[in-house]
Design a protein around this ligand. Structure first.
Ligand SMILES: NC(=O)c1ccc[n+]([C@@H]2O[C@H](COP(=O)([O-])OP(=O)(O)OC[C@H]3O[C@@H](n4cnc5c(N)ncnc54)[C@H](O)[C@@H]3O)[C@@H](O)[C@H]2O)c1
Length: 234
């Protein structure tokens, strides 16, 4: 499947790095700075897609944040900050995307980035796990809501993927443990059994996302697919 891509992110460096990688693979793309919690900002993304390639027919809700925090340190603001992006932003972007797509009568796909933390517990990320469980349930609701408009909705639930978010979690773990658990320990032990101590690579998640948006994924609907080498089996 050859897609034309509008790359969106809050951060300039994340945008330019992704565009660079797509250019190297000759995949048509444009970048659009965007805050998924700001409706005007996301409307500009949809406008840019329309002007450049035609109405967007695939949405990958990838933006997300977490915080490593002891249960007793978690405040309402931490919960709100995480839900603002991971849950409310994801919902609003999907609603706005589907609103435009339904006017065209074209079919489409949405893939939500949940986490295997929606299915198992990460004790130091109680708010994050709750947000990703919300994404999982919302995926099922959205799948039902958007069936009449030919829009297929699924979620993927990755394990530990080697990205800046995971690296920040490792650094926080080292700091919080007073150096007893090092970044090198985390690298070896997060998702160890299944992958022989290596971390999942972002491309390994991307390929599953692409599959779900392809014709082969058409009958997979409202699912939250674990992509964690067997850590979770439900
Ligand atoms: N890395 C993992 O181990 C892992 C595991 C399970 C699920 N996930 C999920 O996968 C998705 C991608 O995570 P990642 O590991 O690449 O994280 P990351 O922090 O490396 O990348 C997330 C990107 O989202 C952007 N972002 C944050 N807030 C935004 C906002 N308001 N508007 C627009 N962009 C915003 C950030 O600038 C960043 O570039 C997230 O939803 C995350 O929760 C990651």
């Amino acid at each position: 499947m050859r897609s034309k891509i509008v790359v969106c992110d809050l951060k300039e460096e994340a945008l330019s790095e992704t565009v660079k990688q797509l250019n190297e693979r000759n995949i048509p793309c444009v970048a659009c700075a965007c805050d998924v919690t700001d409706e005007d900002s996301f409307a500009k993304v949809l406008d840019k897609a329309e002007q450049t390639f035609g109405c967007a027919d695939i949405l990958v809700n990838n933006a997300g944040i977490t915080r490593m925090q002891n249960f007793f340190d978690v405040g309402k603001k931490d919960f709100r900050d995480i839900f603002e992006i991971n849950v409310f932003g994801l919902f609003k972007c999907t609603q706005m995307f589907a609103e435009r797509l339904k006017k065209t009568g074209k079919n489409g796909s949405v893939v939500n980035l949940s986490s295997n933390g929606a299915k198992v517990t990460y004790a130091d990320q109680v708010h994050y796990c709750a947000s990703k469980a919300s994404v999982m349930n919302m995926t099922q609701c959205m799948a039902d809501c958007l069936v009449p408009y030919g829009v297929n909705v699924n979620a993927v639930c990755p394990g530990a993927v080697d990205t800046p978010m995971l690296r920040a979690c490792m650094v926080a773990t080292e700091k919080d443990s007073g150096g007893k658990i090092t970044v090198a320990d985390c690298e070896k032990t997060w998702d160890p059994k299944q992958l022989g101590g290596r971390l999942i690579q972002p491309e390994e998640i991307g390929r599953v996302v692409a599959f779900l948006c392809s014709p082969a994924g058409a009958l997979i609907r409202g699912q939250a697919i674990s992509v964690d080498a067997g850590t979770t089996r439900f």
